[in-house]
Ligand binder design. Sequence first.
Ligand SMILES: NC(=O)C1=CN([C@@H]2O[C@H](COP(=O)(O)OP(=O)(O)OC[C@H]3O[C@@H](n4cnc5c(N)ncnc54)[C@H](O)[C@@H]3O)[C@@H](O)[C@H]2O)C=CC1
Ligand SMILES: O=C(O)CCC(=O)C(=O)O
Length: 527
Amino acid sequence: MPKVLVSDPIDPSGIDLLGQVAQVDVKTKLSPEELIQIIPEYDALMIRSGTQVTEAVIEAATQLKIIGRAGVGVDNVDVPTATKKGIVVVNSPEGNTIAAAEHALALMLSLSRHIPDANQSVKAGKWERKKFTGVEVYKKTLGVVGLGKIGSHVATVARAMGMKLLAYDPFLSQERAEQLGCRLVELDFLFQESDYITLHLPKTPETQNLVNAETLGKMKSTARIINCARGGIIDEDALGKALESGQIAAAALDVYASEPLGDSPLCHLEQDIILTPHLGASTEEAQTNVAVDVAEQIRDVLLGLPARSAVNIPGLRPDVLEKLKPYMLLAETLGNLVGQLAGGRIESLDVRLQGELASNDSQPIVVAALKGLLSPALRERVNYVNAGIEAKDRGIRVVETRDASVRDYSGSIQLSAKGPSETRSVTGAILGEDELRITNIDDFPINVVPTRHMLLTVHRDMPGIIGQIGSQLGSFNVNIASMQVGRKMVRGSAVMVLSLDDPLPEGVLSEITNVEGIRDAYIVNLQ
Ligand SMILES: NC(=O)C1=CN([C@@H]2O[C@H](COP(=O)(O)OP(=O)(O)OC[C@H]3O[C@@H](n4cnc5c(N)ncnc54)[C@H](O)[C@@H]3O)[C@@H](O)[C@H]2O)C=CC1
Ligand SMILES: O=C(O)CCC(=O)C(=O)O
């Protein structure tokens, strides 16, 4: 019988289900060393957010086939290392959506009516009716930052309560926002106009400290902010200061930059602040949903069947997967790249299969391209199962074309993404067994190995420009791993792609854009 380790508290419904096909050991509160010591015995690991599945844990896990996260965020799993070792990572992208949305709404109403303080006051024998006079949410403006699954449900309920809705989501179409009764606006406008702001976006390098002293400074002094998304999206020091100075009226947080929160200055604020211990997903229903969802996937993988919500390896028959894997990885990488170049609100994606690939089943490749395209916006919430639905919900039209006559490589994929103002296109191929290459960017021929941190420029082909960019990067201590230039004609336009050892520090991009001859510069981060 296969062995499953459950290392965080999981609803019994999931454990019972797994018990039918495996030996299940529940061992919570393991130290990192204890986990590394016992993990070699196990075929599957089931976790919530408590267990850190680090590179060291995965390297020690010689039998492991699957890691199941009973929840959405897989921030506590080293997914790239798991993928490298062929370990499937699954999550439950929707099991706790309603729970998290309802928690945000509960916090909004609690802030409006001072429920936690009023409760404490009555329990202390007081009767302070005037002190706890509240405000109504009816006809107030709610700004929703991140209009995905949770944000959409919050918007739907808030609309039914008579609230006016603004939303900011750089990856969502106007049409989808309108369906939800939201006016899609820029972030500054949302901060200036909202009476309540609720955050429902992922934590990424771009969203870290999205709410900071400057953005808080734009809010009304009567405004209230709620964060049930991820800690670190709000700068906690700046929030404390904004509350103390009366810059904003109140805040409610469920998530923190570091958890558990411990004795933070936020706990000692006199002002209106409600703090809950990451309870967004903690309802009986959500815990049953996520436990059963993930346990079913672990069971299926242990029985040799595909998983339905794999964040890293798609649910295909092993023989099909083996054949298509390099091309799916290529499509996902190209999707990610073209999405970053097109910059957000994509209206359509053209997937063109060329050469030998033209006669293949295109569906897995299209899905992989969409997963890559949507991953800057949705991160681990987009997988091979929901990528098509997510794209449709976002109003992205997908067109497939085939051209068997293109013979530069045995098989190649071209993706063209149409944004609001322009269409960007990238092509890639597989060299040898599984080496990925980007072979064309916006019709400029190039030969680039995709890497994690890249800088891409479109510039005038003239002497000195490459040297200047190299010096700029050097002055910021950024090391260049490789460089490729592509051009269509001498002294015309050119593209340059630099692979970097480290992420680009803030401010470098604007310096590079200022170099004479540079028309555009992009930071591209590929997974
Ligand atoms: N407190 C808790 O216990 C729970 C927290 N969460 C967190 O809630 C958040 C939302 O989850 P879901 O709605 O399921 O995710 P989702 O993926 O369905 O929606 C996220 C939305 O954020 C948008 N987005 C991405 N970058 C953005 C940016 N820079 N600015 C504005 N919007 C941006 C995306 O386009 C997407 O529409 C996540 O951070 C998730 O980890 C989820 C479940 C429970
Ligand atoms: O309670 C948990 O497991 C955390 C829920 C959460 O934040 C998530 O699913 O992303």
